[in-house]
Design a protein around this ligand. Structure first.
Ligand SMILES: [Zn+2]
Length: 444
């Protein structure tokens, strides 16, 4: 079991299958399955994040190459565009008034922003989306206030959306996982700026306090400097110059099978093997989640605490495990809060629309994804879209998402794809229907 930024190795069946081959994973789903495409999209997104470390973020802007290319007439090439060119193009669009226009067009869309944890030391250098800096968050909230985006509590926003009385450009702020920094760094800012925030908390590490295993292992390998390492417990000897990924995978797999107490010991042994001080990690409380008292503090301060599964696992077809994840998660969180826990965030952003019925029967009223986009009255309450923000997202990219400019770019991209597919199908149909003109075939 593991917890992460919703995109690192979790003991997630889908993820494990991905490690062994994504095509076989995709093909396991019934071809007629309605939500097959959404699963495949999630798989592709996971693969992309794994392939490019700095874009582990789940943000549409990071993957914006092709859609923006459409806007500036480079679609035919289909080539990825460098991020600096994208940013320059966005500034140009803003200067030309497209951002203002997009905001007007998309004003009925609910914006739900997704953050994760706050950096308590310098771990933002390791994963700048997973652990944002306090000044980054403050700057974002000040932008939202200055640009008059009404920040609403999640449940109020969803009620207003359903009733058709959502204020223009209404915005909700959410934070995933329940990292310790949300209490120690984020809460004073939340109090000072008086903003409503929903924190989706996963509870396994509340029950078993220790640094989150998968994230800590990745961090240890990220910081490791020795070239040749002997991993503990006979895992093997690896040359990190060329086998770092293999070594990390072996350590992750070994530790995942250990009970919590032994897993902590294994982390310490791994730190020694990689020549990193585990004392520093423990003394700075790096990669820890909030404890029960900190959750109570958050709730007492008016922060909305909601569901995120117990083990950060979310199998697509195992209904029994899904029910158990919600039940255990709810049981732990109910110790800290007195209100009903009825809003949920899919761990790792993987979901199937067939699960809406399961969640509804468990008393869940909404579920957020990491699909980028805005939410309208017709958007499924069990597939709410979010805008994932973090260190790699520049101010202009954030503004492009918040104004709805990127929403329009995505819409345009979908329309162009549909038109292209239709043209391709029409060509196939035309070619099949055309009589052969070769002399041999036309002869009676
Ligand atoms: Zn998560």
């Amino acid at each position: 079991m593991a917890l992460s930024d919703c995109n690192t190795p979790m003991l997630n069946p889908l993820r494990i299958t991905l490690d062994t081959g994504s095509e076989s994973c995709i093909n396991r789903y019934p071809p007629t399955c309605e939500w097959r495409e959404s699963v495949c999209i999630s798989i592709r997104r996971l693969q992309h994040r794994e392939a490019i470390p700095e874009t582990r973020m789940k943000h549409g802007v990071a993957l914006v190459g092709p859609p923006l290319a459409i806007c500036i007439g480079l679609f035919a090439t289909g080539a990825p565009i460098s991020r600096s060119i994208i940013r320059i193009a966005l500034y140009l669009m803003k200067f030309l008034g497209f951002f203002r226009l997009a905001r007007q067009i998309t004003r009925h869309g609910l914006r739900i922003i997704c953050y994760h944890g706050f950096a308590v030391a310098e771990e933002y250098k390791y994963r700048s989306t997973l652990f944002i800096r306090d000044d980054f968050f403050r700057k974002r909230v000040e932008y939202l206030k200055r640009e008059r985006y009404p920040i609403l509590p999640l449940r109020d926003a969803l009620d207003a959306l359903a009733a058709g009385r959502l204020p223009p450009c209404a915005t909700v702020i959410t934070m995933d996982d329940g990292w310790r920094g949300v209490h120690t760094v984020g809460l004073p800012i939340i109090r000072e700026l008086e903003i409503p925030v929903t924190v989706y908390v996963t509870t396994y590490y509340v029950e078993n306090p220790m640094p989150v295993f998968t994230v800590t292992v990745s961090y240890l390998f990220w910081r490791a400097t020795p070239q040749l390492v002997h991993l503990p417990r006979g895992i093997g000897t690896f040359d990190l110059e060329c086998e770092a990924a293999k070594a990390e995978e072996a350590a992750q797999n070994f530790g995942a099978a250990l009970p919590p107490g032994d897993r902590l010991e294994f982390l310490k042994e791994l730190a020694v093997a990689l020549d990193i001080s585990f004392y520093d990690i423990e003394s700075q409380h790096l990669f820890e989640v909030m404890d029960e008292q900190q959750l109570r503090d958050l709730a007492a301060a008016g922060v909305d605490i909601q569901l995120h599964s117990h083990r950060h696992q979310w199998p697509l077809y195992d209904r029994e495990m899904v029910e158990s994840e919600i039940a255990e998660n709810r049981r732990f969180l109910q110790r800290a809060v007195s209100y009903p826990l009825e809003h949920f965030c899919y761990p790792s952003g993987v979901y199937g629309l067939h699960q809406a019925e399961w969640l509804a029967e468990l008393g869940v009223k909404s579920a957020t994804t990491i699909d980028p986009g805005l939410n309208y009255s017709h958007t499924s309450r069990f597939a709410l879209r979010r805008l994932v923000d973090g260190g790699p997202v520049s101010d202009i990219e954030f503004a492009a998402e918040m104004t709805g400019f990127m929403e329009l770019v995505r819409l345009l991209r979908r329309r162009l794809r549909a038109a292209r597919d239709m043209t391709a199908r029409w060509r196939v149909y035309r070619d099949k229907g055309r009589p052969s003109s070769t002399p041999t075939e036309s002869r009676p």
